[in-house]
Structure formats: structure tokens, C-alpha cells
Design a protein around this ligand. Sequence first.
Ligand SMILES: Nc1nc2c(ncn2[C@@H]2O[C@H](COP(=O)(O)OP(=O)(O)OP(=O)(O)O)[C@@H](O)[C@H]2O)c(=O)[nH]1
Ligand SMILES: [Mg+2]
Length: 224
Amino acid sequence: MSGKTELKPGRTKARSAIVLAGGRGRRMGIVEKALLEFEGKTILERLLENLFRVVDEVILSVRDSAQKEKLLPVLEKFPSREIRFCFDTLEDAGPLEGIRAGLLESRSEYSFVCAGDMPFVNIRVVDLLFEKAEGHDTALPRWGDRMFEPLHAVYSRKLIPEIEKAFEIGKHSVLAPVFKMQDVVFVEVSEIRALDPELRTFANINTVEDLESMIGSTVEKAKL
Ligand SMILES: Nc1nc2c(ncn2[C@@H]2O[C@H](COP(=O)(O)OP(=O)(O)OP(=O)(O)O)[C@@H](O)[C@H]2O)c(=O)[nH]1
Ligand SMILES: [Mg+2]
């Protein structure tokens, strides 16, 4: 473990992050959303910069090696960081397959999972989720009774067998295996708001207009 992270320099337990990037960005017209660029940086570069302030390694969960090649140039900006790729086994099975591959690759008991189309992930919120998850199975943000943020949560490795079981019975929703775990800690959005008043940490970009309205300027689409 590097021990170089900013928020908890003396931390002894390794932390990983899994960035899901294997989607096809269909709503945007098939683009690599992680490579959308604004104010001189891609979403992926922003995410890596932020995440490495609180985790020791980042796993990029992609669909295949062709996609890996497209993301590789961003990694050149992080020469001393531990960044690895993992690949889907099931094709087009959605984020749950990406999470499974990521957790299998992770060297830590706990991993923060986020979507690769979240440009504003807040490291203090990530740190809070790791703290809440410690000694439990997951820390899952919750809005009121029914809405959750399963693509912005900390999971223990115990999720892997639950994902396998979900696939066996044809379930692909991320929440299905999460709710099979015994000890889920819910983190209320009101608590997260204290660290990130506008809750930008959860913002994900599904259309170019989403992003342009958030940043108030135009966005460059990466060519495929
Ligand atoms: N590894 C992996 N990641 C995925 C897969 N499907 C979606 N994701 C990722 O999960 C996150 C949430 O997915 P969506 O917002 O639906 O993204 P998307 O699938 O690229 O976009 P649409 O095609 O427009 O639905 C994104 O970061 C995706 O890259 C998949 O099959 N494998
Ligand atoms: Mg999305």
C-alpha cells in the first residue's frame, strides 16, 4: 500500500476504486463517456486525480481490450499510480458485470465503485463511505426510503458470490445482489449533503446536454 493518499496519510488498510467504463454511451450516440472533455480534462482524468487522493489503486472496468486501448493515453498522466484494467466476461451484461470483474481484480477488502460518467465525485464523500463500510458489507447512499446510489457506493468482496447467484437466476439489476447481503449500511443523502451541498458527487452524464448544462460550456466528444 502506498500510504500516499491525502485524507488519511497514516491509514493501514488498502482501499481500491473501481471505475465502470464498459457501457456504450448509447444515449449520447455511442461515445466513450469517460473521455468526454471539458475545461481541458477528460472525465476520466478528473476522476483519477480525485480518487487517488483517497484510494491506493484504481481498476478501470472496461468491456474489452479495444476499449482499453482508447483509455490508455489518459493513464500516461499518472505514471506512478497503480491503475489496472479488468474486462467483462459476459458481453453487454451492464454495470453489474463490470462490478463483478472489478471486485475480482481488487486487492482490497473494500472498493469504492463509481460510474465513469461521474465527473464530480467528491473525495470527502468517498472517504465517508469507506468509513461507514468498515466492518460491514457495504455503504450505500440512500435518498429517503426508495432511492439508492448503487453506482456510487463502497462494497466488500462479499458482493462477488451474491452477483454470481444473481446472474444464475437471470437478474442483472445492481441492487438485487446488494440487498442479498446481510449487513448493508445506508448512508443518508442528508449526511452527504453536509460534505457536498449540491450533491454533485452523484451527477452522471447521460447526454451531452446534461454535461453542458452542468458546466455552462461546450463539451468535446472523443472520436470513436
Ligand atoms: N464494465 C461495464 N460497465 C458498464 C456496462 N454497462 C454500463 N457500464 C457502465 O456503468 C455506468 C452506468 O451506465 P450507463 O449510465 O447506463 O452508461 P452507458 O451504458 O454507457 O450509457 P447508455 O448506453 O446511454 O445507457 C457507466 O459508467 C457505464 O460505462 C457493462 O456492460 N460493462
Ligand atoms: Mg449514467
